[in-house]
Design a protein around this ligand. Structure first.
Ligand SMILES: Cc1ncc(COP(=O)(O)O)c(C=O)c1O
Length: 457
């Protein structure tokens, strides 16, 4: 039987934060100064509000392999990797060479190039649900275009979105990404809560929120809105709130329920894409979505987005009924990077090495957690994993409210000051690239053990 977890002293956590905050500031004076300057010309001093985290965002001057250097010259092992966009790591030699060559041949044609064909063929080969694919420049564009296509295919306007999931920053999906307890409503029929001001009021009426890991609730919701819903969009593994894994059979049930109500199932694989397995989620779970959205790591660090799926749905683009547009779509730099990434860098062996290191890291964390009876758990899938400061495993967004954000912050600072960089925000994941080494993982585990040792005093 598992022992009861220890109770972490609040005074101790606050002491650690105070000390580590002072240390962070001592190590990064130039970054601090640059951020102060940035605030005059950039709201919050950053170019994406996700980057504006306390005490202030780290400014980065270079990355190489699995390491990254801040503006003050401090070196970190990078487990952030552009929110999981760099399964290839930084400056992979094959990509540096290929992109140098492409830059010499032109960076933008806004006309088709051969690599877009080869890249599309590779996407069809890798991702089981994809019969045809279109490229864009971000995950946001991928989910926006996939949902437009779903609405055109079904001739319906409404979309179901899972509470706590993130699908980018266009209007329809900026709902209930992290709603407050006060606003969220009932657990099995949550309210639709806009995540930002500036979204037209009538958009909200077309978005219905469903809880994660509850296919019965979805069945009830779709029955109540029979014939109105175009698609259910979901992250098969919820990665906006740490990592929440699907319960056994849940994804298959989602497929059955959506089929029963004649609603399209769209998997947002922007984060899971190549990182959980070479062919993404559908390689791990026996489920067939109608459309999938990809971005991040398929592009080897260049801006990219993609959506694809069933031929008869993609046909609405071929007939001209649905317009999918973009000056930078399929640009030669992103296509070259994506193609080299998928065909030369992310070999089966490279995937296996990254996944093994990630598993090793997770096992190492588990050992420490058990040794010290820490009130936390580990969630890991493929090259991604995270520590969640909540004793019981979390299965839906509502559990995120119980995560100990104070300890999570102490952990982020403690690790950063010792050369282990996690994504900004306290509920993202580690990503292990194909360039990470055993030393990187050993160092990470050593620092985590130090943190826990101090926390359990
Ligand atoms: C699951 C998921 N979908 C979509 C997006 C949006 O991607 P982008 O930031 O490239 O627009 C993200 C970004 O983090 C994401 O995690």
């Amino acid at each position: 039987m598992l022992r009861e977890p220890i109770t972490i002293s609040r005074t101790l956590v606050q002491e650690i934060i105070k000390r580590e905050d002072a240390e962070f500031r001592k190590r990064t004076p130039r970054t601090h100064e640059l951020h102060e300057r940035a605030k005059a010309s950039l709201p919050l001093g950053v170019t994406s509000s996700f980057q504006a985290v306390p005490p202030y965002p780290l400014f980065i001057s270079k990355g190489e392999g699995s390491h990254i250097w801040d503006y003050d010259g401090n070196e970190y092992v990078d487990f952030h990797l552009g929110f999981g966009s760099l399964l290839v790591g930084h400056c992979h030699p094959l990509l540096v060479e290929a992109l140098r060559e492409q830059l010499g041949l032109g960076s933008l044609y806004s006309l088709p190039c051969a690599d877009s064909v080869f890249m599309a063929e590779e996407m069809v080969r890798r991702f089981a649900p994809i019969q045809q694919v279109r490229f864009s420049n971000s995950g946001t564009e991928a989910t926006m275009d996939a949902l437009r296509l779903a609405r055109a295919h079904t001739k319906r306007d409404k979309v179901v979105k899972i509470e706590g999931a993130y699908h980018g920053h266009h209007d329809v999906v900026m709902m209930s990404t992290k709603p407050s307890k006060e606003a969220a409503g009932a657990e099995d029929s949550p309210n639709t809560v806009p995540a930002s001001q500036g979204i037209p009021a009538d958009v909200k009426g077309n978005v219905i929120i469903a809880p994660y890991n509850d296919a019965e609730a979805l069945d009830r919701i779709l029955s109540a809105h029979e014939g109105e819903v175009a698609a259910v969009i979901m992250e098969a593994v919820l990665m906006n709130v740490g990592i929440m894994l699907p319960k056994d059979g849940y994804l298959q049930q989602m497929r059955e329920v959506t089929r029963k109500h004649d609603v399209l199932l769209v998997f947002d694989e922007v984060k899971t894409g190549v990182t959980v397995a070479p062919g993404g989620i559908t390689e791990l779970y026996p489920v067939e979505p109608d459309l999938i959205c990809l971005a991040k790591s398929i592009g080897g660090g260049m801006p990219i987005g993609a959506f694809g799926g069933r031929q008869d749905i993609m046909d609405h683009i071929s007939t001209g009924e649905v317009l999918h547009l973009g000056t930078f779509n399929g640009n030669p730099m992103s296509m070259r990077a994506g193609l080299v990434t998928l065909t030369q860098v992310l070999t089966p062996e490279a995937h296996a090495t990254a996944n093994n290191l990630s598993k090793q890291l997770a096992d190492g964390y588990l050992g420490v957690i058990e040794e010290f009876d820490m009130p936390m758990h580990i969630s890991q899938i493929g090259a991604k994993g995270c520590a969640m400061f909540r004793h019981a495993r979390a299965y839906n967004y509502r559990a995120w409210w119980d995560i100990d954000m104070e300890v999570s912050y102490a952990y982020w600072l403690f690790l950063a000051n010792r050369g282990i960089l996690f994504p900004p925000g306290l509920d993202d994941q580690w990503t292990i690239s194909v360039q990470h080494t055993q030393n990187d993982v050993d160092h990470h585990l050593h620092v985590f053990q130090q943190f826990v040792t101090e926390l359990s005093r």
